[in-house]
Design a protein around this ligand. Sequence first.
Ligand code: GAL
Length: 387
Amino acid sequence: MRPWLYRLISALFALLLLLQGGRALHVNKARTVENSFLPGAVWNDSEGSPIQAHGGQVQRMPIPDGNGGKTEVYVWVGENKTDGHLGNPVAVYTSEDLVHWTCRGDVLRPLDSVEQIDTDPYFQALYGSYGEEEKRNLFDCIGRDKVIERPKMLYNAKNDNYVIWFHSDGPTEKNSYSYDLGMAGLAVSDSPFGPFRFVGRYRLSECPEGQIDCYPSSKGEARDLNLFADEDGTAYIVYTSENNKTIYISRLNEDYTGLSGKEYGVDYLRIFPGAMREAPVLIKAEGRYYLMTSSTTGWGSNQARVWSADSIFGKWHSDGNPCAGKGRGVTFDTQSTTLFQAPNGQWIYGGDRWNGENLADSRYVWLPATFEDGKLSIQWQDEWHWD
Ligand code: GAL
């Protein structure tokens, strides 16, 4: 994007934010109550460093207990944006109470150079057996100058392993824009704490014959994405496609390492064609499926929108904006990234408050979410706790 256009768009969004009361939302700097959440404040891990897990996902999941078995904790996976925009390592944190988080390190690391595959024991162990072309291809996929965004993780019980899917992007021969490729990257590990081995990056489901493709020149794109595992273990990848115009939900295979098939309505669904939504979050709450999304305004916040359905490949109903009160027009100056339940069943919305000028200082806004009359509702709180 041209710099003057970027500045103009940023200025328009700053104005919108001001009108919607987004920036006016109070940010508490210190807790007044033990174990509370302070939406928008700096959030340090157990070592006192700001948590770096942007565009992430929080879930309760089995992790190795050290004795050959498993135990359950909360796992937060996200982008480590310490070094800025591109080539972000994927970081993992764990917690018992959702307030105190321990950093488990970078579980998927980007490459500084092709040579690093041979000189760094970390990469040697993962990719040392690769031929020259495979090494170059790997660097092309997860090099420091590539997009590694919105990582999401699932535990696969069948294989007792962990998969990460993420938005894998970069320039193409035709265009030097960092987001021209539009693919989904896959990495696999035996442990949620890595090291995750990058497996490949892929285009996903395509608009079927007989439907109007909103971007026919680039089939199967996948950009902002999320994962969801249903109660029966069936997992889905939800992503924005067709140049961010249409959201797709595609069923994953049993290993969670690829798509289950190509049959429309059975293996995937194309929803809201042309609606221009991204940052999707798919959950099941009280027997109903909910899909929360943002509009497509880069690091600038905008209005959230939710759809809900009785079944994943059924009919989706528009439920409108889930946010209520001051800041509702700009999702309280956040972009959706996760929805999960606290130990007492309380649903929590987790959003990114991006700081486009200094991405490492982007903040997290976690707010209570409720389901009233089958509708998701989120309200601002200066300070709150789930118990
Ligand atoms: C947003 C997207 C973010 C990031 C950003 C880059 O639309 O949700 O994950 O890609 O654009 O501008």
